[in-house]
Design a binder for this molecule. Sequence first.
Ligand code: PGA
Length: 249
Amino acid sequence: MRKKIIAGNWKMNKTPSEAVALINELKPLVANDEVDVVFCVPAISIVPAMEAAKGSNINIGAENMYFEESGAYTGEIAPNMLTDVGVKYVIIGHSERRDYFAETDETVNKKVLKAFEHGITPIICCGESLTQRQQGVTIDFIRQQIKIAFLNVTAEQAATAVIAYEPIWAIGTGMTATSDQAEEVCAAIRACIAEIYDEATAAAIRIQYGGSMNAGNAAELLAKPDIDGGLVGGASLKPDFGKIVNYNK
Ligand code: PGA
């Protein structure tokens, strides 16, 4: 039985002091031992967020990471900077990073390999554009993203990975994919993992849905057999996030 994982993606929101205040506000609301709860916050807020989350079930994650160990990469965050402060999860290849910061399937793969090397669980994002969906190439496109993201990743590593299926047209738009649309793609992703590795790896890997998930639609999405959690943007900054985490209560 896969444990559900609900992750908030704060994106470029909240100052460090606002982050502390929000964590203190949400801490009692997101208590649910049946679910892994992760708050992926801006890099500058990771340390204060860790302090604020102490003693709770909240894991603090990063929103990005570079694929080199150290050196002349102005503005980037190295994997050992994250592990040094206890980060265990990192979002990799979010569509906003692909669209605005030129990330590619190849850089996503490098980051995924580097995260595993450092014992950080990558939350690997994939998702099609509206045009791709309308042209009927969604599954082909996602399979390609997955196949490249997992190049040279071992089965043991892959089994511990998290994949976030986030249709780009559903992100921040209020246009959530229907639970059937989300399940269809999440099932296809799991089949793709079985093809690359084996059934056991496919059965172990956790696949989230993301894109306008909220307190009203979370329970239906999370009831689907291949949806093991959510990557939540807008609604993770509000008390609503507690309702998503407690979708089963
Ligand atoms: P959203 O964002 O929930 O605001 O649509 C999800 C994401 O981009 O991870």
